[in-house]
Each structure stands twice: as C-alpha cells, then as structure tokens.
Design a protein around this ligand. Structure first.
Ligand code: CA
Ligand code: CA
Ligand code: CA
Length: 417
C-alpha cells in the first residue's frame, strides 16, 4: 500500500515539474526495491572455494563427479533463502561469494545486514583475564561490492569491511597462502602425544610471509580435506590475516577458547547478538579510505585466521545465511565504539562506483554539488552538477587517465572504450 503511494507521489512530482527523467534516475534504486517482491535473505551464491579443512567435502557434501559449478549450487541450496544449512569455508582464505536480489541500503548509524554463523560463547571458561567473551568464534573477514555496472554479477570493485582488528599491528593486510594437494595414500605421521591426530603432515601450506605448516588430519573426520573437485596441485588464497584468537586455557591442549573479536567479523558472535550485524559504512578501499557506499549487492566472506587448535583442528568460518536487516526489522543502531575509521564528511563525499569508466561516470554523492574532470595536462574537460544520490553522467572522453574533482576530493579514474 505505502509503496504505491510513494511511487505515485514521485510520478506526480515528475509531471508537475517536468523533470521526469532526472528525478526517476535519482530515485531509481528506491523505486526498484519497492516495486518488486524482494527477499531479505541470500538470493544467490556466485562462488564457493573452501580452503582445506576437516569439514571440506562434507559441508556441503562432495560426491564423485561434482564440479566447482555443482558445489556452488550445493552451497547455494544450503545458505540461500532462509534455509539455514551450513557451509564450511575451511582454513585460512577459503571463501564464499553471495548476493541479494536487491540493493541492501546503507542507512547511516545502523547495522545494515547480518551474517549467520555457528559461533557460540562457552559458559565454562573461568579465566578472569579473558580478553573478551569466547567459546567457538571463528572470525571471517567480510567484503562488499556494489553492482556498479548493473549486470547482476559480482564483477565490480570489492571493499573490505574494516572491523575492530583492521588497524591492529598484528593484522597482515597482504597475506597469501598456498595449499598443496596431498597424496591421500601417503605415509601418515601420527602425533604420539595426541592419538587423535593421525597425520600431522597431511596438507602442506606456505605463505608469502615465510611461515609454513600443515593442516593435520584427525580421527574424527576421515574424508579427504582437500576440495576433491579441484584438480590443481595447489590452491592460493590472499587477503588480510588476523592474529590468532585462541588461548589454550588448559595449558595442556585439552581446552581451547576462541575469543570473539570486538566487531566486524562473520562467525564471530552468536547469531542472536547484534554484533553478528555489519555496517556498510565500515567499507574501505584497498588504501584504507572510507568509501561511504550507498548500499551493496554482493558479499564475500573468507576465513580470516590461520590457526590450529589441537583436537579442535583448524579454525574455519562457517556460514548459515545472511539477511538484509532493514527488511527484517533488525537494523539496530551501531554502538559508538564500533566505528573503525573516522568517516568522511558525509555531506561532501562522493564515491566513483565504477572504475575504469566506459560510457558513464557512475557517482554516488551525498549532496548536490558541482564536479569537474581534468585530463593529465590539467585542462578541464567536463563540468557537471551532481544530485544527492546516485548519478549517471554520460562520458565521451577519449581513452586515458583523468581526475574527477569535487570540493574536497579528487579521484583518479581510467576511461576505457
Ligand atoms: Ca549503515
Ligand atoms: Ca556487476
Ligand atoms: Ca564456526
């Protein structure tokens, strides 16, 4: 009922002022969202590539003949809609890419979407110096993307949601790991002290930081741990790596507690906790600049720690689903302490949503303002007015490098044919 009224009002305003094209471009996203029957839950899984781990080939289950494509469909069946199945991303770097059927809006000061995992807090931990609440928290790093070229595919720029650990010196921002496919019939090297570890040299890994080790095999999970649909001899993952979050509270390897990071990670807080929510304002580009995105369509989550907790095995992020909190009435206020980066002055900032640029400059602007484009000779080659919201500006410039300038920001972009 309400959406019809809103749409009708916009149409009326358009007719009255004779600016139909202009205004409908401004409101295009809202109108799209309101006119369709949209789902708050995951619409589609676009990619799924777990790192080796004890739940790989079981969550979801691999059957002989499965390919990357069929495994992606199995992952989608598990976590799309409100199905609440479980997929495991395996050890460090393993990831899933999913999307919604609409733009999840960034509402300032609010959590915008939530990711469901299987983290829980343990009641039996009596460490008085425990850093935070803990139990089984397996933090995954979250990235977001806006469908800037509007093709429904996550082939656009990705931005990391800078969580509580983003600025910590222990966080490595350019970690790269390589896992080596094991011979499943190799000689096993059991750990004499821990009989449940029946092969401590099972899957070798190395990293660009010079560290190396093995994903051990345990007696609880006897299936292959290397994704069986991958024929390549190595799998490489890259991203940021968080410091280890576990403490062996027993001191003897019998009781590990994985402590939750403060905020901004998947599978890090119980699903009932508001800190399983994510704020699109946390998005930063690869240089750490706050992006101030208007919304997002796609999400990537990858296991953010590279740690091994004895009988618990490697730490792996699990995903059970996700939801647009603005559609499920769960969009609580973000607490003051959960803002990583000084936000840009929202009333002046712009975001170039697509770079390189092809036919149009696609710019989100927080206010009405003038913008100029300069070539590298310093000559002004375009001038135009931005409206508050998303703007599509036709761009017929020759191929090359240009600079977009507004009052307080300059953005370099590449113009392609
Ligand atoms: Ca928000
Ligand atoms: Ca796209
Ligand atoms: Ca988990």
């Amino acid at each position: 009922m309400k959406k019809t009224v809103v749409t009708a009002l916009i149409v009326l305003i358009n007719v009255f002022y004779g600016i139909a094209g202009h205004t409908s471009a401004l409101f295009s996203n809202q109108v799209d969202n309101d006119d369709r029957d949209i789902s708050p839950y995951i619409y589609k899984v676009y990619d799924f590539m777990p790192a080796p781990g004890q739940f790989v080939n079981t969550l979801p289950k691999y059957l002989q003949g499965d390919t990357r494509e069929t495994m992606i469909i199995k992952a989608e069946t598990a976590i799309a809609n409100d199905n609440r199945g479980t997929i495991s991303l395996g050890g460090y770097g393993g990831y899933v890419v999913f999307g919604f059927d609409h733009e999840v809006k960034n509402i300032p000061g609010k959590y915008d979407f939530k990711i469901l995992g299987n983290a829980f807090f343990s009641n039996s931990n009596t460490n008085p110096e425990a850093p935070r609440e803990g139990g089984n928290c397996e933090p995954g790093i979250v990235m977001v993307s806006y469908d800037a070229n509007n093709n429904g595919i996550p082939d656009d720029e990705w931005y990391e949601l800078a969580g509580s650990e983003y600025h910590r010196p222990e966080t490595i921002h350019n970690y790269e790991i390589t896992y080596y496919k094991p011979d499943e019939n190799k000689d096993k090297t059991p750990d004499p002290n821990y009989p449940f570890l029946n092969d401590t040299t099972y899957i070798r890994w190395t990293s660009n930081q010079g560290d190396y080790g093995y994903v051990s095999r345990n007696t609880y999970h006897s299936q292959p741990y290397y994704p069986q649909w991958i024929t390549a001899e190595t799998i490489v993952f890259e991203g940021a790596k968080l410091a280890n979050n576990y403490i062996d509270e027993s001191g003897t390897g019998s009781y590990y507690v994985q402590y939750a990071y403060d905020w901004g990670y998947a599978d890090n807080y119980p699903n009932s906790h508001k800190r399983s929510g994510f704020n699109i304002e946390w998005a930063v580009d690869s240089d750490g600049n706050c992006m101030n995105l208007p919304g997002i369509h796609f999400v990537k989550v990858y296991t953010g720690v590279n740690q091994y907790c004895g009988w618990l095995g490697e730490t792996s992020t699990e995903i059970l689903g996700a939801e647009d909190l603005h559609l499920t009435d769960g969009d609580e206020d973000v607490e003051d302490g959960a803002t990583a980066i000084e936000p840009l002055q929202a009333e002046k900032s712009i975001v170039l949503l697509q770079n390189p640029v092809t036919q149009q400059l696609f710019i989100a602007s927080a206010e009405q303002q003038k913008a100029d484009v300069y070539n590298l000779m310093g000559n002004k080659v375009m001038t135009f007015q931005l409206q508050s919201g998303t703007n599509h500006i036709a761009c017929n410039l020759l191929q090359g490098l240009y600079v977009l300038v507004v009052d307080n920001q300059t953005i370099k972009f590449i113009k392609k044919k």
